[in-house]
Structures are given as C-alpha cells and as structure tokens.
Design a protein around this ligand. Sequence first.
Ligand code: DLL
Length: 433
Amino acid sequence: MIWNPEAEQAEQEVREKQQLADLQKLAKKVYEKVPFYKQRFDEMKVKPEDIKSLEDIKYLPFTTKTDLRDTYPYGLLAVPMKDIVEVHTSSGTTGIPVVDAYTRNDLGGWAEGMARTLTMAGAGPEDVLQNGYGYGLFTGGLGAHYGGQKIGMTVLPISSGNTERQINFMRDFGTTVMTCTPSYALYISEVLAKMGIDRNQLKLRIGCMGAEPWSDNMRKEIEKKLGIKAYDIYGLTEITGPGVSSECEVQSGLHVNEDLFYPEVINPATGEVLPYGEKGELVITTLKKEGTPLVRYRTRDITYLYREECACGRTTIKMHRLFGRVDDMLIIKGVNVFPSQVEQLLIQIKGITPNYQIILTRGDNHLDEMEIKVEMDENTFSDETKDLESLKNRIYNSVKSKLGIYAKIRLVEPMSITRSEGKAKRVIDNRVI
Ligand code: DLL
C-alpha cells in the first residue's frame, strides 16, 4: 500500500512546480524572520526573489552543524516561541546539542513522513508496533510513535533497553513490527537465543531500522536471526528526525520524501552540486517546516541520488544507503576506510560474531595503527581444537586484501564487547593529534 499516493506517486513536473513554490516561500520566510539567514543571504548577495527555478537553489547559502551550535538554542526559530509545541535535540555527546523546534504542523509533517516509512515496509493498522527506539529528546522514539499511530497501528512505547522484557512483550503482545537500531536488533536476537524462546512463538515480521550505519551483510544477519524483513530508514534531528527517506519492499535505495525535503548531493570539498549518481555529501532543504526551517543543511552523510522507475510504483527520488559520514571516514596510513566496510567483511567470516570495535592509536613513529577487536562465537570459543591463529590470519588477510589495511586483529571472548541499546560505538579513537 502507498500511504500518500498524491505525494509519493506525483508526476515529476507537478512535484517540481510545488517544490519551487515551497522553496520560494521558504527563502522569503527565512530572509524576513531569521536574522542569521538574512545576514547569510546578504553576504552572498542573494535575495529571495532571485530563486526563479529549482536549480537556483545553488545560489543559496549552506547551513552547517556549526551554524546550529552557534545559534543554540533558539537562534534559528522562524516563528514566535508560543507556536512551538515540542523540542528535540541530538545527544550532544560531541559538543553543544543541535536543536529542532516543532510547531503543531511540523509534528503533523513528521508523523506523515513516518506514516509513509512504516507503510512502505508493509505495516498497517492491524499491526502491533514495538517501538524500541529511545523515547525522550532522541527523535527515534517519538518519530516512530507518531507515524505508527497515524496509520492506526497499536503502538507499544517500550523504548530501548530491558531486552528480556522486550522479548517477553514481543511474544505476549503479538508484536509484528519492531523499530530499533540495527545493533540493538542484533542484540535482541542474541538474547532471544539465550532465553531459549522459539522463533515460532513470535509473530514478528518487519523491522524498520536506522539511526546508525549498517552494512548489507549485517542486514542479512538480522533478517536470518530474527526471521524478519529489515528495512533501512533514515533521518536526522536537524531535519525533523526519522522519516526523511526509507526503503520500500524492493529494497534498492531509499525513497526520499521530496515534497517535504529537497535533497542535493555536493562535493564536500568544493560545495559544487554533483549530478545524479555521483557520490558526495547529502544536503537537505526543509520545504515545509515552520519552527526551524533549514536551507541547504549539510548532513555530512555520504550517498548519491538517482531516479529510477521503482516496481513499488512510487516516483520519488532515491538515495543509496549511506556509505558513511564525511567525519566517520578513517584515514589509516593514507587509506580511506569506513567502519561499515570492516563490518561488511567480518560478517562473511565463519567462527566470529558481527560484534566488533575498531581501536585507533598513533604509534611512536607517529603513524596511525588500527586494531580490530572481534568476538569469537560460542562454537569457536569452546572448541578444544580451536585454531585461533588461522582464524586471526583469515581476518587479517581479508582486511588487507579488500581494504588495503594492515590491521592488528584481537580475538575476544563471546559477549565481551559491550552491546548497545541505541547507537553502537564502533570506533575508539585514542590518537592524540
Ligand atoms: O538518528 C534519527 C533516526 C532515528 C533515524 C531513528 C532513523 C531511525 P540523529 O541522532 O540526529 O537522528 O542522527 C542522525 O544518524 O546524520 C546519519 O549519520 C545517521 N543515520 C541515521 N539513519 C541512518 C541510516 C537519528 N539508516 C545521523 N543509515 C545521520 C546510516 C544513519 N546512518
């Protein structure tokens, strides 16, 4: 089923006409209401009236995370405070948190985006949604909650954590759809096995997962272990939260809700807009937001955009699953690598679990060193004749040949790497720079 055929199956010409009208309105609004944008537009000598076509968006200034932090907490508000009904922030573990402030209409738009996301994965009013994203300032919890309710699902707002209870509830309440981070889904599958609960006692059939990078192999692992179909969903606090883009049953790329969010991909070094199919940094402009509308927000996420006729019947533009973040890219002795590439390799090797951690240090010679901590599975660990050296060599050689990196491999006991209930911490960077 398609939640909103008018928006999701619009003809491109009709859609673009609306996008242009919304963009013009947005440019005028932020210019008049947000001093930060007035100053930026003036510095770039651009006026809202200069936007005569969608391509003209390239004349508008970018907005960065630093801008959001510099204007913390309410500097980017485009409406009076009395119109704001809810506020969310990013976790702020790496500095001042970024703030998103929602009007009542903004909450409506958010629920709409997530209603499309859940419907795209095959969920409907007869489904029971167990929402294992954290409730609170994090947008995962309330985003899935609002979307699930909008399409009439029965929502169980259990939040993340307390994994045994999650599983008991899953069985007792007949949960059919689970929303949580992929790393938490994997942990749930481990606890399920430990509790000795037969998968047939559960009705679970769909998972909507995102909020952190996960490889295709990780997806296969989750699908196999939980006996579900796992869909990739994307969004970020600054741009509302989840519901920006998501996969349909075809699972080739994520449909962007482009009537709500206008996507571009740029070269992160030069800011130049890249053609469809070229990988770069995703930039998003909010077309309908009232509280904290953003012009050309640089997400730091790496993907590419493309149009293709999708078998699901939606006509919206697609983005490839994320390749990583501009700032997550590790440069090890000059070789560029994303943690998800390491994950993709590890999952293919027998005898270990998909739990890993990358530890970076800088040696006395000032060169970066990478150690990969990998967990053995129970069988390998308890095998009397275990040949750990050859297992380590297999991992070492795979990383060397596929990624071009000489990493130190450390095998650790099962369950010794801390499990995450939200976003997993895969990289520990001990380099003093
Ligand atoms: O993670 C919103 C969200 C909640 C998305 C639930 C999906 C599901 P933030 O905490 O602000 O918001 O983090 C946003 O997480 O810029 C990406 O780098 C990363 N991210 C989000 N979804 C995915 C995904 C939420 N599907 C940042 N794949 C984004 C890879 C993702 N990375």
